[in-house]
Design a protein. Structure first.
Length: 244
């Protein structure tokens, strides 16, 4: 690639981390349940009425806004979108089988806590708080998902759900590893990228790949919660009673 073209890429294209916003937006739509009469309008309606899918879409939008501008408010919105996504997964996994009143109470407590953490994060600029809350929400997802896979599913459905779970965890772990490497060797990686130039430098945009892999992992868990919380009559889930 010529020097002029490289300069044009650097000037007119946002960082790879910003361009990776397309991945969660893509998965927000492709993980929606499909029907034989799906249209563009019906898919959008599905998106806006499904908190996990809408939250995944917002992760892409807010990630683009932050990495394209590097301003504080978009950064906080990017963090809040992560809370919305993980919070919606926690809510679905833990409340889908509750009666209306306990479900409303649990959901209210969850979102009140998330709102309080979000406001505190914005006012205090405290990334440590954000990390703790996000870790707590993640901890509310994977053990519950494993429990539901083992208690509500069997046979082929259980094997499929287990495979989706493993893909999601693997994507998160590899993505997190790349993020750690990128943070520890940022200057060295930047020097190598400048040396090899575009388009090969994209392969070493580890922060961007972290975005991609976390989107893949998030999409896997969005798909998984649809499977493990499906009504028993759909054939995807079975009660523990039937396994006895």
């Amino acid at each position: 690639m010529s020097t002029l073209t490289s300069k044009i890429f650097r000037i007119y294209l946002p960082p790879a981390s910003a361009r990776s916003y397309k991945v969660p937006v893509y998965y927000a739509f492709t993980t929606l349940p499909t029907t034989t009469r799906s249209t563009s309008t019906s898919r959008i309606r599905q998106l806006v009425t499904s908190p996990p899918h809408l939250s995944l879409f917002l992760v892409g939008v807010t990630s683009f806004l932050y990495h394209a501008t590097l301003l504080y408010t978009p950064q906080v919105l990017d963090g809040i979108s992560m809370f919305l996504l993980t919070g919606s997964l926690v809510e679905r996994l833990w409340t889908f089988s509750l009666a209306p009143t306990p479900k409303l109470l649990a959901s209210t407590l969850l979102w009140t806590a998330i709102a309080a953490a979000s406001v505190t994060h914005y006012i205090l600029c405290d990334l440590t708080l954000h990390s703790y809350v996000f870790a707590a929400l993640l901890t509310g997802i994977w053990p519950r998902a494993m429990y539901l896979i083992n208690s509500r599913m069997r046979g082929k459905a259980q094997a499929e759900a287990t495979a989706v779970f493993r893909r999601g965890v693997a994507a998160f772990v590899v993505g997190f590893a790349l993020w750690v490497v990128d943070g520890g060797f940022c200057a060295e990686l930047r020097a190598v990228r400048q040396s090899v130039g575009l388009p090969w430098a994209f392969a070493l945009e580890l922060h961007g790949w972290w975005h991609v892999l976390t989107a893949v992992g998030a999409a896997a868990f969005v798909r998984l919660i649809v499977m493990v919380t499906a009504p028993e009559e759909e054939g995807l889930a079975v009660s523990a009673r039937k396994r006895q």
